[in-house]
Ligand binder design. Structure first.
Ligand code: COA
Ligand code: MG
Length: 296
């Protein structure tokens, strides 16, 4: 399985910027990243107040140590530009753009950040949640190859996709799968991380664990979450298993033998193992190490 060496993004929790209690709680949670939301989780009447609350919170001592992302409103709408400037001022790791339709949306946001002399380390993430975003997934993801474009991560916006297309997701999200798989493919083409959409039924933890396991099998790096109760499942599902770690170590050990030094392919427990498997094993072990270093 593909394991890009990047920041861990197994569990990425949405926290509404309008919810003071949730903001305070966010620093104590074991998620890999937090997305502070100024968009759909905040009512129109509360936009300005939520923006100010978030600014104050992230400038204070309660700011989480994990990766901090801020989802702003669309730049073409009433609040987006002020959101972007406020976000820029509190130095998040990334700004998440909602309702991206095509590469132009990423380029415009990048240009707006360049105008503020934002450091290159400030990334853009893209919500992939409109029909156009899915049709344009290739050209959008291609921007991941250009560091000047800042694009680092694609996020499946499954609730909006359901709304915009009129589909019923179906049991096991059957009807969404082709689009989700397309998104994973696009992300890999652009060297981006890719996160699965949220699961709305936050009390159904068994079904959630299954959905996480499926998402990992589909190639997602992690899952976006709406509730703290979902964090543990996502962290477990998107981490290498003990068996995978053992197998990866065995592959590394096999290729490290002097007699295999110049061999492209070896046999291990009745299976053909190539150097591409060695690369995968090394990636998996690096990820396991990152998780261990996090204290898990
Ligand atoms: N982030 C941080 N803390 C959260 C949280 C979140 N996303 N969701 C719930 N909590 C906190 C609650 O504030 C509560 O804290 P307390 O124990 O100090 O009172 C605790 O976790 C338990 O919450 P619970 O009562 O089970 O849920 P709720 O009814 O308060 O909230 C939701 C349910 C769905 C409204 C809430 O989880 C939420 O707003 N999620 C994020 C929604 C969002 O951002 N959507 C946009 C992207 S899809
Ligand atoms: Mg949305």
């Amino acid at each position: 399985m593909h394991e890009p060496l990047t920041r861990l993004r197994r569990s990425v929790l949405f926290v509404p910027a309008s919810n003071e209690k949730a903001l305070k709680k966010s620093a104590a949670l074991a998620c890999d990243a937090v997305i502070f939301d100024l968009e759909d989780a905040v009512a129109s009447e509360e936009k300005a107040e939520a923006r100010e609350r978030l600014r104050a919170f992230l400038s204070g001592p309660g700011r989480p140590q994990c990766e901090v992302v801020i989802r702003i409103n669309t730049l073409s709408g009433e609040w987006g530009t002020e959101d972007l400037l406020a976000a820029r001022a509190v130095k998040p790791d990334a700004i998440l753009l909602p309702k991206v339709d095509g590469p132009r949306d990423i380029l415009d946001a990048g240009a707006a950040l360049d105008e503020t002399d934002a450091p290159r380390s400030l990334s853009l993430w893209a919500m992939m949640e409109t029909p156009r975003s899915l049709l344009n997934a290739g050209p959008i993801a291609e921007l991941g190859r250009d560091p000047a474009a800042r694009l680092a991560c694609l996020v499946a916006g499954t609730n909006d996709l359901v709304k915009e297309t009129g589909i019923a997701p179906g049991p096991g999200r059957t009807n969404l799968l082709p689009w989700l798989m397309q998104l994973v493919l696009a992300a890999r083409a652009g060297n981006l991380t890719v996160l699965d959409g949220v699961s709305n039924d936050f009390r159904e933890l068994e079904a959630f664990a299954r959905e996480c396991a499926e998402a990992r099998g589909m190639g997602f790096d992690g899952k976006t979450l709406i509730h703290p109760a979902q964090i543990a499942s996502a962290n477990a599902a998107f981490a290498p298993t003990k068996e995978e770690v053992e197998e990866a170590k065995a592959i590394v050990a096999e290729f490290a033998k002097p007699e295999n030094r110049f061999r492209g392919v070896v046999s291990l427990n009745g299976r053909m193992v190539e150097r591409l498997h060695l690369e995968m094993a090394e990636g998996l072990l690096a990820k396991a190490k990152q998780i261990k270093e996090k204290g898990e």
